[in-house]
Design a protein around this ligand. Structure first.
Ligand SMILES: Nc1ncnc2c1ncn2[C@@H]1O[C@H](COP(=O)(O)OP(=O)(O)OP(=O)(O)O)[C@@H](O)[C@H]1O
Ligand SMILES: [Mg+2]
Length: 379
């Protein structure tokens, strides 16, 4: 097990800055998830931790010991990739034992071999692949192959597990199942795990803490719900949550102690609860953020109104897309008991406590319903 800290880490490929000035502390035994859009530097960051890439600047330490100059084999990390590359001619047992055999090749006494056998079998038990040990990779399903790849990493008893989108080749149902198994595995092993994904739902469900990356930089680090409730800026607000948060430009028309009145140029004025209006002035331009799940069609008079242009029935819930006359469609969660239809005009109530506000630079302004705004550590 190991705590990992990165100090001012940068990595450039020619003129491309893949990772810039990343400061990050991952706690011992933590399940950390790196999330962000394609090309934001997730894999590069993971490869820097593994030692598969050299940093261009900064340093990396495991348990306080600088490993920046160490080779991958000295760091005690095991990495699992999307393409799991099992040896096709070896059965499951040998695929799992192979890495260990290599590591122990100089010292093959009987006790070691017994220990190795025990470790492979114990790992197979944890991953529920004991009955597959004699099979070749081609005789396995995608999910089973992925478990063998994870097993190969586990038997080496690394200090840190690094996963780079290991589930993206699997179908949706299997991904959910493997997610639950990875969580269980983490509880059982207690080893530090870093998991890379571009899927924010995967990040929300797996992580103790999420690191949101954008263009090689850390946007925010926090527990899943902390990011959901207190996004630090527009990027994080738009990235965490599904469907995505609605954004609308607005002008502040009145400012009281704990609430502001907003003019959106459409509909009626909207009241937003805020913790502190010190940074706001009448006339200020802001972005209003509203999560679809906090908006619903009301039979009464809401502040916003629009025509339903599309519906998304997810079974447990329905999302409606409204043309409100102002840029992007407004996405709302339809009330369970209404049979909403395309072409219908609906009215939407905006709860003051559910308004997210961002200033002109995209930084979040304090929200009242979650108390004091606390600045969350960022790199
Ligand atoms: N070996 C390399 N040579 C040149 N540029 C690279 C190399 N590896 C990565 N990059 C660039 O660095 C940036 C970050 O790449 P990286 O693979 O870390 O992104 P990512 O977040 O893992 O993306 P994805 O979600 O698509 O896997 C990209 O602009 C990429 O083109
Ligand atoms: Mg990647």
């Amino acid at each position: 097990m190991a705590a990992i800290s990165m100090h001012a880490v940068g990595k450039t490929f020619g003129k491309t800055a893949a990772v810039s000035n990343v400061a990050l502390d991952i706690h011992d035994g933590e399940f950390a998830v790196f999330v962000g859009p394609s090309g934001c530097g997730k894999s590069t960051l993971l490869r820097l931790i593994a030692g598969l890439e050299d940093v261009s600047s900064g340093s990396i330490a495991f348990d306080g010991q600088d490993v920046t100059e160490q080779a991958p084999s000295e760091r005690g990390v095991a990495m699992v990739f999307q393409s799991y590359a099992l040896y096709p001619h070896m059965n499951v047992y040998d695929n799992m034992a192979f890495g260990l055999k290599l590591a122990q090749s100089n010292n093959t006494n009987k006790t070691d071999r017994q220990g190795m056998d025990q470790r492979v079998r114990e790992t197979a038990r944890i991953l529920q692949i004991e009955h597959l040990l004699a099979r070749k990779p081609r005789e396995l399903s995608g999910g089973q192959r992925q478990r063998v790849a994870i097993g190969r990493a586990i038997v080496r008893q690394p200090r840190v597990f690094l996963f780079d989108e290991p589930l993206s080749n699997l179908d949706a149902a299997l991904r959910v199942q493997m997610r639950i198994e990875l969580k269980r595995l983490h509880r059982e092993l207690g080893t530090t795990m870093i998991y890379v994904t571009h899927d924010q739902v995967e990040a929300m469900t797996l992580a103790d803490r999420i690191v949101v990356l954008n263009e090689g930089r850390v946007e925010q680090i926090g527990a899943p719900l902390e990011l959901y409730h207190h996004p630090r800026n527009l990027f994080v607000a738009g990235f965490i949550g599904s469907p995505k948060m609605n954004f609308m430009s607005a002008i502040v028309t009145a400012c009281d102690a704990q609430q502001v009145t907003l003019d959106l140029g459409i509909g009626r004025p909207i009241i937003a609860a805020v913790a502190d209006t010190a940074d706001l002035k009448t006339g200020a331009k802001v972005t209003l953020g509203l999560r679809p799940e906090h908006l619903t069609d009301t039979s009464g008079e809401g502040q916003l109104e629009g025509e339903v242009i599309a519906l998304e029935h997810l079974g447990s819930e329905t999302y409606a897309y409204l043309a409100c006359g102002n840029g992007e469609p407004l996405v709302i969660k339809s009330a369970a008991d209404t049979a909403i239809k395309v072409g219908q005009r609906v009215s939407v109530a905006v709860p003051p406590q559910k308004c997210y506000l961002f200033d002109e630079t995209g930084m979040a302004l304090a929200r009242r319903d979650f108390g004091e705004w606390n600045v969350i550590e960022v790199g």
